[in-house]
Design a protein around this ligand. Structure first.
Ligand code: NAP
Length: 305
């Protein structure tokens, strides 16, 4: 694939930015990639592992002359970071982000940008529970979705170029509006994360089951919850505070269904439980058929060991 942007600036150098960098290099999608992170530690780590062609000590230097700038920082600081870089953006530059929430990010970023740039928000639906500059890898976005959220007045050629860039990173790309994005993500990612956090917290609270037993006998279901619950606390705090409405709506429905299942157990309504679990099993099959997970037993973990 050929160069899509002459200079890409990655602001924030964690899991997503570092994966973007390695994926850009894999296909030669940019002439040069600059990077900026707020802490000296992260910038030094980036330099040591050759993450970015040029790691800059200021945001001004990183975005200077960039035709694509991607905000890869937690959702809660997107607005402040946009404000900080605004005076230094190149005329006609495309500004994007990778935030897990869209409506609040757009509301925080857009007013801080000058009129001579194009803002096309994005969200790659790919991640791991690891964070930081050393956690990225080139294949993270392969065959995963990336949702673009252009506004009603976005220039279609600018959006098309960003779409081509994300396809070059390995993703399948679709456009979606911000509110719909936030609801879909509340169902598929945000509420499940909160449930995992709760389950791991409950197990930890149950003093009858000691911590060591929880760890020693950790079986598949709980072990998968612990993996999700190990995700970055700052990122997830910001996701819930910024996708409040949709997450609370989904959790309301979740609570109702949980009560119904609780009642079915108490009243020994086996049919209800069986029907419910048959329906959920079909959803799992659908995810595998859509190529979004592996059918291997134990998620393929056994095969790797
Ligand atoms: P990460 O690995 O924790 O990296 C975050 C980066 O943001 C770090 O370089 C950090 O700088 C910087 N940062 C943190 N607070 C900042 C602040 N107040 N001002 C300026 N920079 C700050 O995070 P990530 O997983 O790559 O996530 C980045 C974005 O991608 C988030 O918006 C998240 O919602 C979204 N996202 C994440 C996933 C996922 O699964 N992880 C998936 C899709 C989208 P220092 O290192 O110097 O502290």
């Amino acid at each position: 694939m050929s160069v899509i942007y002459n200079r890409v600036a990655l602001i924030g150098l964690g899991l997503i930015a570092s994966s973007m960098f390695w994926a850009i290099k894999r296909r030669g999608l940019a002439g040069e990639v600059t990077g900026y992170a707020r802490s000296v530690e992260t910038r030094n780590t980036a330099r040591r592992i050759a993450l970015c062609d040029r790691v800059c000590d200021t945001i001004a230097e990183a975005v200077e002359g960039a035709d694509l700038v991607v905000l890869c920082v937690p959702v809660g600081v997107m607005g402040a970071v946009a404000k900080e870089m605004a005076p230094y953006l190149a005329n006609d530059a495309t500004i994007s982000d990778v935030g897990s929430v869209k409506r609040e990010v757009i509301a925080a970023v857009k007013p801080n940008l000058p009129n001579n740039v194009h803002f096309i928000p994005a969200h790659p639906l790919a991640g791991t529970e690891h964070s930081g500059p050393e956690s990225g890898f080139a294949e993270l976005f392969d065959n995963r979705w990336c949702l673009l959220v252009p506004g009603p007045d976005s220039d279609s050629t600018v959006t098309a170029r960003l779409l081509q860039f994300w396809e070059g990173l390995g993703a399948n790309v679709e456009e979606m509006d911000a509110d719909h994005h936030d609801l879909v993500l509340a169902v598929t990612s945000h509420a499940p994360h909160l449930i995992a956090y709760t389950m791991v917290g409950v197990a930890d609270d149950l003093r009858r089951v000691t911590d060591s037993e929880v760890i020693k006998y950790s079986a598949a279901g709980f072990r998968d919850f612990t993996r999700i619950a190990a995700s970055d606390p700052t990122m997830w705090r910001d996701v819930f505070l910024n996708n409040k409405e949709a997450t609370l709506e989904v959790l309301g429905r979740f609570t109702e269904e949980l009560f119904a299942l609780q009642r079915a157990i108490r009243t020994e309504d086996g049919d209800h439980l069986h029907d419910y679990f048959s329906r959920t099993r079909a959803i799992r099959r659908g995810i595998i058929e859509a190529g979004q997970d592996t059918d291997a037993p134990d998620f393929g973990r056994g095969a790797k060991r």
